[in-house]
Design a protein around this ligand. Structure first.
Ligand SMILES: NC(=O)c1ccc[n+]([C@@H]2O[C@H](COP(=O)([O-])OP(=O)(O)OC[C@H]3O[C@@H](n4cnc5c(N)ncnc54)[C@H](O)[C@@H]3O)[C@@H](O)[C@H]2O)c1
Length: 341
């Protein structure tokens, strides 16, 4: 049984809490920290987000210890693992302190706002007793795992073109609107688009160079990015991420992958299942195996902690590289130049 201290009971903290409830005897949330008294007491009626919570908005937290100060939670000897679901500007400080306190640390994405902070986190993780992973949920999303397997086993031949997209209305739900200030969130580039940057690194490796276009909106952050990744002569890799859509749009994530012998298309908001198109055959909708991505990422990290193994599906170094590549895209947007990596 891994005893979990959850810091941040907002949109994603509430989601993670639900996953621990599903994990039964493997893990239990024993401590919860949030600055807001109602949130740390289990009243989540003011928590917003772009995905509804099916478990209701008020919870009886029973014997879960409640902390207003995250340093007190870190000092709790009955906490084995810390799950960081706090705004991004707090990731580096809290993750480093939690690793130094000997805890296992699962930290929400993006790893941090700067490469320097990511490097400090990597250094803390190298010397730590506990395991460390950034919660790159897309690597665990069933449709995304399916696509990765198709690329790896080449069942449709080599990958020729990849288009990843993540599209949203401007988020209006965060605690004190922290997300709209790019000094706190990194804008859509680091908050939203970084999901696909990290996933693309897993799928095609690091790009050799990047050409990106985009623009700054709310508070100067990059709110729209379209990036071409230069990955060699035989492959076209394009990523787009934005949260400049009007309120009614909501959220969509999707991808199109073109292989030598097939194309795979998925768009969450379309309501259609992932579909494989092949010449001379009717479109196929393969059965997509696997648990909810949030459940799967947490379950995987717990299994690493249980086995005393460093996470391999998502490594902190790759999460750091995702921040570096996203910031290279920003440099390309701001300079109008191709950036070599
Ligand atoms: N993986 C995903 O799909 C996903 C989705 C949403 C958010 N996130 C990431 O999760 C993190 C949190 O985002 P969110 O949407 O849950 O934000 P949120 O605004 O909904 O919640 C943040 C919570 O942190 C609390 N908090 C702030 N400062 C604190 C402090 N010093 N000590 C304790 N609690 C504090 C706030 O009271 C609030 O309850 C961000 O890094 C974000 O990028 C990831």
């Amino acid at each position: 049984m891994i005893r979990v201290g959850l810091i941040g009971a907002g949109f994603i903290g509430r989601n993670h809490f639900n996953q621990y409830e599903k994990l039964g005897a493997r893990a239990r949330v024993v401590a919860l920290c949030d600055l807001e008294p109602d949130r740390r007491a289990g009243d989540w009626s003011k928590v917003g987000g772009n995905v509804a919570d099916t478990q209701g908005t008020k919870r009886d937290l029973g014997n879960i210890r409640q902390y207003a100060d995250w340093k007190e939670l870190l000092a709790d000897p009955e906490v084995d693992m810390v799950d960081l679901c706090i705004p991004t500007y707090l990731h580096a400080e809290m993750a480093i302190a939690a690793l130094k306190a000997g805890k296992h640390v699962l930290c929400e994405k993006p790893m941090a706002l700067t490469v320097e902070d990511c490097d400090r986190m990597l250094e803390a993780a190298r010397d730590a007793k506990g395991k460390f992973m950034v919660a790159q949920v897309i690597r665990f999303w069933p449709e995304c795992v399916y696509l990765r397997n198709c690329i790896t086993d080449q069942r449709y031949g080599a990958l020729k073109a990849l288009h990843l997209r993540r599209q949203a209305s401007t988020p209006d739900y965060s605690w004190r609107s922290w997300i709209l200030d790019p000094r706190n969130s990194g804008g859509a580039l680091l908050d939203l688009h970084v999901h696909d940057v990290d996933w693309a690194i897993q799928l095609v490796g690091m790009p050799q160079a990047i050409t990106a276009q985009g623009y700054q909106r709310t508070g100067g952050g990059i709110d729209r990015v379209t990036a071409l990744w230069h990955c060699g002569p035989d492959r076209v890799v394009q990523l787009e991420g934005y949260w400049d859509m009007p309120a009614g749009f909501g959220f969509n994530m999707g991808f199109t992958a073109v292989f030598e012998k097939a194309a795979i298309v998925f768009d969450l908001a379309s309501g259609k299942p992932l579909t494989v198109f092949r010449n001379g055959a009717a479109p196929e909708t393969p059965k997509i195996e696997g648990e909810d991505g949030y459940y799967a990422e947490i379950e995987y990290f717990l299994s690493c902690a249980e086995k005393n193994e460093n996470p391999q599906i998502s490594t902190p170094q790759e999460s750091r590289n995702a921040v570096a590549v996203a910031l290279a895209e920003k440099q390309s947007i701001l300079t109008g130049q191709t950036v070599r990596l």
